[in-house]
Design a protein around this ligand. Structure first.
Ligand code: SAM
Ligand code: DTB
Ligand code: SF4
Length: 352
């Protein structure tokens, strides 16, 4: 198949078709992915998000890759919920440094009612800064998704992580169907979906194929597809996992670009372990989004200065967040109402 034939969005990919892409000669795959990328995006623009952990560690889930799971001893300092004011200050800084989206993550199975009050307030204040907002808070009911959407949350991140077949080897405390249900609730509520997975967890090629098939065959492709390279953290069950062949990572990015041609594909966790050449191969393969800032949630990310230098060397520009008139008016209204409101408590010190 050539790039022209692949121009239309499809939601009926077979495993065999996806396997064919993975097995193409590397140069052919890169050429195809880059051609499709150019049909849909400015090839020299990369979307930039900053990530902040608003509640760290002691998570009841047992995701084997995760340093924040309470099931493993990773020596992580647990943190209570951050004060809203502190989060807003971090968001301001992120905007000043050039991020267009601010992503907030909490180590919860799902948010409680009390948690919801706190995050709803936070979303409104971060949005008022003119940033796009994203949250990842675990599983959501339909009603919770609607509440988040109603206050203007732009994106919700919830990953499928791997194929349905391999999933049980990685997580036992929530099912694949639970994840699909949350994604459906997010869509129904009208938010944009950020959904991807992790490679390098000891999965086989068929699992990477299975993950991409699940993502690409969702009724609507996720607007944002994070491809994470496993960050091996001591104390997690996957800490001694063998390194993934780097070209297999690049191929995964390229195939994600081909099967979800209009989605932003994010070169997500694991960039600190990649050299500049590896990252630039990922951009060539169609990655057009990154996390920017020294920290992901609990692990390291390249220094912002290094990323700025890399962008300069490659002639890449950070994508600007274009606000519609409706959004601009909404932002002005939000700012005014925040100023006028009898200051809702900015502090929330409940331990998550
Ligand atoms: N607790 C929420 C949840 O799981 O939905 C949100 C936070 S969780 C840390 C978000 C995602 O980060 C996970 O779904 C996983 O894909 C990714 N992640 C976590 N630990 C990782 C690691 N060590 N390496 C790569 N990706 C990781
Ligand atoms: C995603 O897919 N990757 C980000 C974000 N969504 C929330 C998280 C990566 C976490 C890496 C491990 C850590 O820093 O704790
Ligand atoms: Fe908890 Fe999310 Fe980590 Fe799983 S990935 S242990 S749900 S923080």
């Amino acid at each position: 198949m050539n790039a022209k034939q692949l121009a239309t969005l499809r939601h009926d990919w077979t495993k065999e078709e996806i396997k064919t892409f993975f097995e193409m000669p590397f140069n052919d795959l890169m050429f195809l992915a880059q051609s499709i990328h150019r049909q849909n995006f400015d090839p020299n623009q990369v979307q930039v998000s900053t990530l902040l952990s608003i509640k760290t560690g002691a998570c009841p889930e047992d995701c084997k890759y995760c340093p924040q799971s309470g099931h493993y001893n990773t020596g992580l300092d647990k943190e209570k919920l951050l004060e809203v004011q502190k989060v807003v200050a971090e968001a301001k800084q992120a905007k000043e440094k050039g991020a267009s989206r601010f992503c907030m993550g909490a180590a919860w199975r799902s948010p409680s009612d009390k948690d919801m009050c706190y995050v709803l307030d936070m979303i409104q204040q971060v949005k008022a800064l003119g940033l796009e907002t994203c949250m990842t808070l675990g599983m959501l009911s339909g009603a919770q998704a609607q509440q988040l959407s109603d206050v203007g949350l732009d994106y919700y991140n919830h990953n499928l992580d791997t194929s349905p077949e391999f999933y049980g080897d990685i997580v036992t405390t929530r099912t694949y169907q639970d994840r699909l249900d949350t994604l459906e609730n997010v869509r129904q509520a009208g938010m944009k979906v950020c959904c991807g997975g992790i490679v390098g967890m000891g999965e086989a090629l068929k699992d990477r194929i299975g993950l991409l098939q699940q993502l690409a065959n969702l009724e609507q492709h996720p607007e944002s597809v994070p491809i994470n390279m496993l960050v091996k953290v001591e104390g997690t069950p996957l800490d001694a996992e063998e390194d993934l062949e780097p070209f297999d990572f690049v191929r995964t990015v390229a195939v994600a670009r081909i099967v979800m041609p209009q989605s932003h594909v994010r070169l997500s966790a694991g960039r600190e372990q990649m050299n500049e050449q590896m990252q630039s191969l990922c951009f060539l393969a169609g990655a057009n989004s990154i996390f920017y800032g020294e920290k992901l949630l609990t692990t390291g990310n390249p220094e912002a200065d290094r990323d700025r230098m890399l962008f300069r060397k490659l002639g890449i520009n950070p994508e600007q967040h274009e606000q519609s008139c409706v959004e601009q008016t909404r932002e002005a209204d939000l700012l005014a109402s925040l100023r006028n409101s009898e200051q809702t408590p900015l502090f929330y010190d409940a331990a998550g």
